[in-house]
Design a protein around this ligand. Structure first.
Ligand code: GDP
Ligand code: MN
Length: 379
């Protein structure tokens, strides 16, 4: 779950990472009020789950409360790469001497948290990593040993931060960022830019925090930060139904039971020359209504054909077939559906499908033949 900048900054503040004073504003009047309370120049910042807000015109400086109100009116309702702005963060404007980049994320290859620090902040970090990797200081933390302050000193040194007073602040921030990362069970804590002011103060000017969805039940205070209105409608619908759904960019809908089977189905479809539009994992032991729900989610994307790949363990073929037949009736699926049923009660499922034999349902006996068939039908 991605947090908005203002929510991330609230977390940072809680963990002792310096951030600017600010207020949440939902209207131009709120923004004026906020600017008045903060005093002096402010920055009006669009709160959306997307980066590059500055370049998109979603971040504006304002010298006075009335200017803040005007900028807020400009930014509210703006569309930043598909995200409509409904919330603003108005904070005290900072003077910037230098912009750095600091983050901690998971390196799945190393199975360890990875810190990255560079003095070339404000830039696109992926680009920097590709073009000038030597400018990006990287450091893994062994999760069993934990984080040690010498690692922050090493990181600072490797990034070329030499000024002692500045080093001291960056080292403290690195430690606190790790604390935030671990305590909140985050997948990413990113500060871009981490600024140095002309007075030599180091502060987080932006905050990007992603919390591990699977850990949210342990953090009810973080879970309630989710902005239901901003979530992708389909992902939201799938989540409510307890389904794992992922949108892709091809034209074949994939439905399977269990993450492993779904992943291999994607591979086999790709091998057969097809491109999945999405996939939905109905998990184990799904009843007919779960299958109907999954088909609703899958067909909300523009799919040309659907591949239904079920290997029954605790999921029973009969239930799955009943769900498919019910969905065909209830939501009127008119694209071809290729079905491969195997395992528990597969015969029962195939028998049910053969009995009512809907014109657009094609039963295949193996995963590969099913994939080839669906690719052919999607053409
Ligand atoms: P992003 O574009 O979505 O990453 O949003 P950021 O919060 O990182 O802001 C983008 C850029 O706006 C920063 O890199 C800064 O250069 C600039 N900016 C943001 N806040 C301030 C501020 O308080 N003062 C000044 N001078 N510039 C700011
Ligand atoms: Mn940023």
């Amino acid at each position: 779950m991605d947090l908005y900048e203002y929510q991330g900054k609230e977390l940072f503040r809680r963990f002792g990472i310096p951030v600017s004073d600010g207020r949440l504003a939902l209207s131009p009047e709120d923004a004026r009020q906020a600017a008045q309370e903060l005093g002096g120049a402010v920055v009006v910042k669009a709160q959306v789950h997307a980066g590059g807000r500055g370049k998109a015109g979603g971040i504006k400086l304002a010298a006075s409360p009335s200017e803040a109100e005007a900028r807020a009116a400009d930014i509210l309702g703006m569309d930043i790469r598909g995200h409509v702005v409904h919330r603003l963060w108005v904070e005290k404007a900072s003077e910037i001497e230098r912009e750095y980049y600091l983050s901690v994320t998971f390196d799945r290859g190393e199975k360890k948290p990875l810190f990255m620090l560079t003095t070339e902040g404000g830039v696109d970090i992926e680009e920097l990593a590709a073009t000038s990797p030597e400018k990006l200081a990287r450091l893994h933390v062994d999760p069993l040993v934990g984080f040690h302050p010498f690692q922050a000193r090493w990181l600072c040194f490797a990034a070329g931060i030499r000024e002692p007073a500045e080093q001291k602040q960056v080292i403290a921030i690195v430690g606190k960022l790790y604390e935030t990362f671990v305590s909140c069970e985050a997948m990413l804590c990113e500060i871009n830019p981490l600024i140095v002011t002309p007075a030599g103060e180091v502060r987080a000017l932006d905050a990007k925090v992603t919390i591990d969805d699977n850990a949210l039940y342990r953090h009810p205070d973080l879970a309630e930060l989710r902005d239901l209105a901003a979530a992708d409608v389909q992902e939201q619908r799938a989540r409510e139904k307890g389904l794992a759904y992922v949108k892709l960019d091809g034209d074949i809908g994939i439905l399977g039971n269990g993450a492993g089977l779904v992943m291999s189905t994607l591979d086999v479809v790709a091998q057969a020359g097809g491109r999945p539009a999405n996939f939905c994992d109905i998990g184990g032991g799904a009843q007919a209504d779960v299958v109907v729900g999954a088909l609703e989610v899958i067909t909300a994307d523009p799919v040309k054909a659907i591949l239904f790949n079920i290997f029954g363990g605790i999921t029973r073929g009969g239930e799955v077939a009943r769900g498919l037949l019910e969905a065909l009736e209830r939501i009127g699926i008119d694209v071809p559906v290729v079905v491969r049923l195997d395992g528990t009660e597969a015969e029962e499922g195939r028998r049910l499908l053969a009995e009512s034999s809907p014109a657009n349902v094609h039963v295949e006996s193996t995963m590969l033949s099913a994939a080839e068939r669906v690719v052919e039908l999607a053409r």
